[in-house]
Design a protein around this ligand. Structure first.
Ligand code: SAM
Ligand code: DTB
Ligand code: SF4
Length: 335
């Protein structure tokens, strides 16, 4: 029997929640909650339709992460093993020298990554640190890799300096909905995040922005995160959806795991509401079955972090990913 659902590609609604950041938001939180509430098969069917209209259904973009400045971060993000506030056994290190970064970038390229993402455990970098990262960006780009960095909050002139250095993407996650943010982080505000994203956009750098599920958010708050992302004047080119990696010593270490099918639903809803974006199945793959990952690809995920480490936690071994790609007939996305 035909599904009774009428699909609306981009609903126009007036904001009733106070959570939208533009007057004519495209997706209300209620619209997104309604997507989450669909029968699983209907949701997956719609996600596939949208995915196939905008992307090669069997191509997945491969990004490799490197922590260029590990640990000792002054922020108190409750999920993060790199916060100095929690005893997680992560040692604090200085900014990695350029030659080591380039060695890691070459290794990532040799193994098939097309984008190299460098992460620093900073609240907000100083100008001389931005200059040092700018040098890394220029050198990695010269190797023929796309570049992405995530350094915390940026001032407008710092975003411009990174653009001048040739940076392709800046990763800065909203992580969760505005009304749940204060439960997770107290050392900065949601508006701080939005301000940095605006500086990045204005500098002409592509935006990589997503969030984490499994923080203890309710369904409305999960929908609230997607609404924030989808209603940006220009949705992020890249949307990482992380499943919380529970790290001993962090306040969220004992959180209950979310149902894997709810994670898949989050990917599908991100795909439907941000048709052109690359949706990245990000942290949490190490703990995920092959079947769940396969469902995530079916739901429209078309990017992963590829390489044995995320920043400080484990990611699947390369041969495990190679086998999974072979089983699923997936190929590497070439831009
Ligand atoms: N300090 C910068 C910042 O917060 O933007 C950059 C690095 S920070 C580690 C980058 C992102 O990693 C966070 O925004 C969060 O989404 C993700 N992340 C950190 N710890 C995580 C965890 N345990 N599980 C899943 N995602 C995590
Ligand atoms: C993103 O959204 N996920 C990545 C990347 N952007 C920087 C980080 C995941 C971190 C997982 C925990 C860790 O290894 O530190
Ligand atoms: Fe610091 Fe980023 Fe970790 Fe927050 S997520 S504690 S800002 S490294």
């Amino acid at each position: 029997m035909e599904s009774q659902i009428t699909w609306v590609e981009k609903p126009t609604a007036t904001c009733t929640t106070g959570q939208c950041n533009n007057a004519t938001q495209r997706w209300s939180v209620a619209d997104i909650e309604a997507l989450f509430a669909l029968p699983f098969n209907d949701l997956m069917f719609k996600a596939q339709q949208v995915h196939r209209a905008h992307h090669d259904a069997n191509a997945v973009q491969l990004s490799t992460l490197l922590s260029i400045k590990t640990g000792g971060c002054p922020e108190d993000c409750a999920y993060c093993p790199q916060s100095a506030k929690y005893d997680t056994g992560v040692d604090t290190e200085k900014l990695m020298p350029l030659d080591e970064v380039l060695k890691a970038a070459q290794a990532a390229k040799d193994k098939g990554a097309t984008r190299f993402c460098m992460g620093a455990a900073w609240r907000s970098p100083k100008d001389h640190q931005v200059d040092a990262v700018g040098e890394m960006v220029s050198a990695v780009k010269a190797m023929g890799l796309e570049t992405c960095v995530t350094l915390g909050m940026l001032k407008d002139h710092q975003a411009k300096a990174l653009q001048q250095a040739g940076l392709d993407y800046y990763n800065h996650n909203l992580d969760t909905s505005p009304d749940f943010y204060g439960d997770i982080i107290s050392t900065r505000t949601y508006q701080d995040r939005l301000d940095t994203l605006e500086h990045v956009r204005e500098a002409g750098i592509k935006v990589c922005c997503g969030g984490i599920v499994g923080l203890g958010e309710n369904l409305q708050q999960r929908a609230g995160l997607i609404a924030q992302l989808a209603n940006m004047d220009e949705p992020p080119e890249s949307v990482p959806i992380n499943n919380l990696v529970k790290v001993e010593g962090t306040p969220l270490a004992a959180n209950e795991d979310i149902d894997p099918l709810d994670f898949v639903r989050t990917i599908a809803v991100a795909r439907i509401t941000m048709p052109k974006s690359f949706v990245r199945l990000s942290a949490g793959r190490e703990q995920m079955s092959e079947s769940t990952q396969a469902l995530c690809f079916l739901a429209g995920a078309n990017s992963i972090f590829y390489g044995e480490k995320l920043l400080v936690t484990d990611n699947p071994e390369l041969d495990r990913d190679t086998r999974l790609f072979e089983k699923l007939g997936l190929k590497r996305f070439e831009s």
